[in-house]
Design a protein around this ligand. Structure first.
Ligand code: ADP
Ligand code: ZN
Ligand code: MG
Length: 474
């Protein structure tokens, strides 16, 4: 057993999900070609004026409330000055003395509360792309709204750090504040770690770790670093306060800069933005999103609806989706069926709508109707999905669409036997294969009948008729 305790604090940067940047109307689109989402404001031309994006503030307030922070309702920005090629203005507009939120906490899976020191708004810098002999800069990212979320050093293990991140991500997605895609850099994490002997009152010297792009990276980097510091301390040497980069391929950290090289940011009030007070209605509006947080909701869903962990995770990945699920349950009390339909066909179709829930117009009643008709056999798997796709963005009455498109499942033997006959005549080979014992050949024939009926036949009934008909022939 190690005689040292690990102490970890995380600084997370998360991109807020706005359509435009924080101080100009350039798009925040991720896939755009380099340097196409830029304007004089976010490229740092002289003489321009920033205008604060209200949506960024709305989302940031949701986050502060979800993290149970005290909100400073005076919004006040400062300039953080430093020189870097991807920072065209030579400063970043940020919050320093007066962060938007302070003194909150985040509950992790174990129930432990990790205190949040501060949550503040700032603008992102550009992106440097290093080539072999030269470097390129893409300014599309400059001015994208970021929220910095700083924890107290309350995290005790690398596993707990990864769990903190996944709980944070769950909340941020749920309240619609960010998509949190680490691969796209929408959620980035710096980790501070030190070791101390249990009886020590003061914390040890910390090292800052950067460049971990996955939860696993965070866990591995912290694990590596804890072991490294322990060895240093056991040799009775000193841990230096420095920034180290994680190299996922090598599975090791290496020094990036030491404390002596740390810069003085010369913060001062941003003169181009007036400070102002957040209207109370603004905060009340955000409160609706955080009444029940994902972990509580998860427990309740598992108990109330008897769903399993992984299903609940999907359904509560977004507050709209969770509420939609519950409103469908209210009109059709089959949570398991509804969950299957939401996680399967419904989300698949929402994906085709660029995952934009704003485009989904179907009512709970209408959705419930389709699921019910499926379970009653009035629609089959294909036609139910088709019906859903026809009404998902319009909320046209499912009954009318089913009627108009002739989607009602055909289960009547009289109606189907004609098709079965035609298919057997047209496909002598699979038919004789089946009779010779190759039982799987019947699936091909079922498929042919489905095709002839444009997906409307009840496949079970088709199979029964086919089997009977072929056996009689023998
Ligand atoms: P800085 O201004 O250098 O960023 P902060 O005081 O804001 O420093 O702390 C940054 C992060 O480091 C916070 O998440 C904090 O919890 C964590 N931290 C501070 N001291 C320690 C320590 N001794 N060991 C581990 N983490 C620490
Ligand atoms: Zn711009
Ligand atoms: Mg800090």
């Amino acid at each position: 057993m190690s005689k040292f305790e690990t102490v970890i604090g995380l600084e997370v940067h998360v991109q807020l999900k706005t359509k435009t940047k924080i101080f100009c109307s350039c798009s925040t689109e991720f896939q755009s070609p380099p340097n196409t989402n830029i304007c004089p404001i976010c490229s740092g031309y002289p003489g321009v004026l920033p205008v604060f994006n209200q949506r960024a503030l709305e989302l940031a307030i949701r986050v502060c409330l979800a993290l149970r922070c005290r909100i400073n309702n005076r919004i006040y920005f400062e300039r953080k000055n430093y020189f870097y090629p991807d920072l065209p203005k030579g400063y970043q507009i940020s919050q320093y003395k007066m962060p938007l939120g302070e003194n909150g906490f985040l509950e992790v899976s174990s129930g432990k509360k990790i205190r949040i020191n501060r949550v503040h708004l700032e603008e992102d810098a550009g992106k440097s792309v290093h080539k072999n002999k030269y470097s390129l800069v893409d300014f599309n990212r400059t001015g994208i709204p970021l929220l910095e979320i700083v924890s107290e050093p309350d995290i005790a293990t690398p596993v707990e750090a990864a769990d903190y991140l996944s709980c944070l991500k769950m909340i941020l997605q749920y309240i619609g504040a960010s998509d949190c895609d680490m691969e796209k850099g929408l959620l980035r994490c710096d980790a501070n770690i030190s070791l101390k002997q249990t009886e020590d009152k003061v914390l040890g010297t910390r090292v800052e770790l950067k460049n971990m792009n996955t939860f696993k990276g965070v866990r591995d980097a912290l694990g590596y670093e804890a072991a490294r510091q322990e060895k240093v301390l056991e040799r009775r040497e000193k841990v230096y306060q420095e920034t180290r980069l994680w190299d996922g391929n090598k599975g090791a950290t290496a020094v990036m800069r030491t404390k002596e090289e740390a810069c003085d940011y010369r913060y001062f009030p941003e003169p181009d933005l007036l400070d102002f007070f957040v209207p109370q209605e603004f905060i009340e509006k955000a409160e609706m999103y955080v009444k029940e947080l994902p972990l509580e909701k998860k427990k309740r869903f598992i108990e109330e609806y008897k769903l399993i962990d992984s299903e609940v995770d999907v359904i509560i990945s977004n507050i709209w989706l969770a509420e939609f699920f519950e409103s469908v349950v209210k009109v059709y009390s089959k949570p398991k069926e509804i969950s299957n339909w939401i996680i399967g066909p419904f989300l698949e179709q929402v994906n085709n709508l660029a995952s934009d829930f704003n485009l989904v117009k179907i009512s709970a009643q209408n959705f419930a109707k389709i699921i019910k008709y499926f379970s009653q056999g009035k629609l089959n798997n294909i036609t139910a999905k088709r019906a859903l796709s026809l009404v998902i963005t319009t909320d046209e009455d499912a009954d009318e669409v089913i009627e108009k498109e002739g989607l009602r499942q055909v289960s009547g033997e009289d109606e189907l036997s004609g098709f079965v006959e035609e298919v057997i005549v047209a496909n002598p080979k699979p038919a004789s294969d089946y009779l010779e014992g190759k039982l799987s050949a019947i699936m091909f024939l079922v498929g042919q009948v489905m095709k002839k009926t444009r997906g409307k036949a009840n496949p079970k009934v088709v199979r029964t008729i086919l089997e009977r008909r072929l056996k009689n022939e023998k």
